[in-house]
Ligand binder design. Structure first.
Ligand code: AHR
Length: 498
């Protein structure tokens, strides 16, 4: 494919928060994941230092917590202070010791240098409980809950700027699910009380790409919201874990901006496109595997619903398919940076996350290297790129249907810090290298290098003692006269120019 980069035409500047993450009280994300007090690799406060270091390296900008479905029957007051009350988590049907609560979460965010983003309980919770949480975190000295925070040893406010009202309260699987009408009312009253406590917070609420739900939400609360949240998992395998393979994953890249276009149209129709941005605050190619809990039929024996969750930890599931898909999704967020201000990979640690933990260390899965590449090597200004002759490839989706997708996914950027041009170039072809021909308007770079995330095969993966996928950078070399750049099969690349 050949294309032209117009270095004089900036389409927008992406918010760093599109490289955000999510962590939930599910399986080993918190306990045995980032928080592992009994492990010699953990610091004095119980946080895994190897995990913290990996999170710092990809400059996690924002970390959404504590759920997810977990939050819809979670009561934050039982998890702060000296006496913690263990509770039976009715979402995931396990006892949570409540050792990890708001104070520990804020300490975690401070250690990795990211913004906290708290999702509140709009399932069994109330507007008052949500606004009490804002008070606990953000007021300086006034109020019962502020004084409780101070008594717990935290003199200064936590300054939690980002708050969500609820998780997926539209879904029948969610505890405390709501109708569109109930949702509009609850969000309005919750937003009112939360902003009466701290008018500086930024609020989002669970939304859908479903018109009725969103119209009702925005009609009732559009003037009180700063964001609306949408979630997407493309391969829904909660009951089976029969994950899509590489080719089927490429079929999932067919319409990555479809949901965004619907939401964009709705916000524009309601005159809210300049006020409200999208927080894609849960996304992953692969839905999580947790059979017999999200359904009417609940597992009775642990082997029916609890031990199967360990199969999220099978590292061979997370291949170059995850890396290539995730790079295409992040390119989509960059292209829509006027609308998308936040995106949270779901989750960051264990389950389908980019960092896998075991007792003696961590495994950096394929998606981790995509975040490392994009956060550290790609620009923040999105430039105009004209693809002259884009090629398509035909792939089979999971249902065996033939789907046409762009063979290459290219995004042109400039890094404002040093004015360097950087082009993200994804080659989805499973077996063939492809040449990307690049010409420039308004720039004449002399040298280039290619930073590549790849492994030997489409189904390559990383595991304990096995590192097939890595991020590697070529040496700087003169820009080729023909402007042709070779892209390996099934690879994610950033071509840098100076
Ligand atoms: O499968 C995990 C769940 O996916 C999260 O808890 C929820 O937010 C989403 O439905």
């Amino acid at each position: 494919m050949n294309g032209v980069i117009n270095a004089n035409r900036t389409l927008g500047r992406r918010d760093p928060m599109i490289y955000g993450h999510f962590i939930e009280h599910f399986h080993r994300q918190i306990y045995g994941g980032v928080y592992d007090p009994g492990n010699p690799l953990s610091d004095a406060e119980g946080f895994r230092q190897d995990v913290l270091e990996a999170m710092r390296r990809i400059h996690v900008p924002v970390l959404r917590w504590p759920g997810g479905c977990f939050v819809s029957s979670y009561h934050w007051k039982k998890a702060v202070g000296r006496r913690r009350t263990p509770f039976f988590d009715k979402a995931w049907r396990v006892e949570d010791p409540n050792d990890f609560g708001t104070d520990e979460y804020v300490a975690l965010c401070r250690k990795i240098g990211c913004e906290p983003y708290i999702c509140t309980n709009a399932g069994t919770g109330t507007a008052e409980e949500m606004s009490d949480w804002v008070e606990y975190c953000n007021l300086d000295h006034e109020g019962e809950f502020t004084k409780w925070r101070i008594a717990n040893g935290h003199e200064k406010p936590f300054g939690v700027k980002y708050w969500s009202i609820g998780n997926e309260n539209y879904g029948s699987w969610e505890i405390g699910a709501k109708s569109a009408q109930e949702w509009g009312r609850l969000v309005l009253e919750s937003a009112k009380m939360m902003k009466h406590v701290d008018p500086t917070i930024e609020l989002t609420a669970a939304a859908l790409t479903d018109l009725d739900w969103n119209v009702n939400l925005l009609k009732n609360c559009g003037d009180r919201l700063d964001w609306i949240s949408i979630h997407k998992y493309w391969d829904l395998v909660a009951e089976t874990n029969d994950c899509v393979n590489y080719e089927q994953s490429m079929a999932c890249t067919a319409d990555l901006d479809g949901d965004l276009n619907k939401v964009r149209g709705l916000l524009t129709a309601m005159g809210l496109e300049k006020k409200i941005r999208v927080a894609y605050d849960e996304w992953n190619l692969r839905g999580w595997y947790h059979p017999n809990v999200h359904t009417v039929k609940q597992g009775v024996r642990p082997e029916d619903y609890l031990t199967p969750r360990d199969d999220n930890d099978i590292n061979s599931l997370y291949t170059m398919a995850d890396a290539v898909f995730s790079a295409c999704f992040l390119n989509t967020c960059n292209r829509n940076c006027d609308l998308v201000g936040m995106a949270n990979f779901a989750p960051i640690v264990n389950t389908r996350g980019c960092i896998f933990t075991h007792w003696d260390g961590i495994v950096l899965r394929s998606t981790y290297h995509v975040f490392d590449l994009y956060v550290n090597e790609l620009g923040d200004e999105i430039l105009d790129f004209w693809a002259k002759d884009p090629a398509q490839i035909e792939v089979k989706d999971k249902q065996g249907r033939t789907v046409s997708v762009d063979e290459l996914d290219v995004l042109a950027t400039r890094r404002t810090a040093d004015n360097m041009l950087a082009v993200a170039a994804v080659n989805k072809n499973a077996s063939e290298s492809r040449v990307l021909g690049l010409a420039f308007d308004g720039a004449a770079p002399r040298e280039y290098r290619i930073c590549t995330v790849n492994g030997p095969e489409p189904e390559s993966y990383n595991d304990i003692g096995r590192e097939e996928i890595a991020l590697r950078a070529s040496a700087w070399a003169p820009v080729p006269a023909d402007g042709a750049y070779a892209l390996e099969p099934h690879s994610v690349n950033v071509i840098q120019f100076r």
